[in-house]
Design a protein. Sequence first.
Length: 126
Amino acid sequence: MKISTVLWALWTLGLLVILLMPLREGILPTGGFRHWDKVVHFGLFAVTGFMSVYGAVFFSRFKHRIIFGLVFGLALALGTEFGQSFVSTRSTSVYDLLADVLGLSLGLLIYTLLYRQETIRSRFNL
């Protein structure tokens, strides 16, 4: 098994713990900013998008890795939002889901841009 796949799996397990564990009120300093959780969701899923493509080395074609990252990330976002409905101190939110999808998209975009840049460099020996 490749190290990238192991890192992706560890990231996914950590994400599940973070998003499904009960939270106590006031556990995180918000500084009065009411929507800190949307920023957290966005950031976590940006990393998830990147890591899901990075870890999907079981697909040889880049296009399939991107599709996998998109489908996996969307399933994870929907699943964790649904799972949060069963945790007494958590709640589901369409806005959290939107932040997840936007973050996922950014992560996939960043990976794609880095991949394309490396492909161009290797083709032209830059």
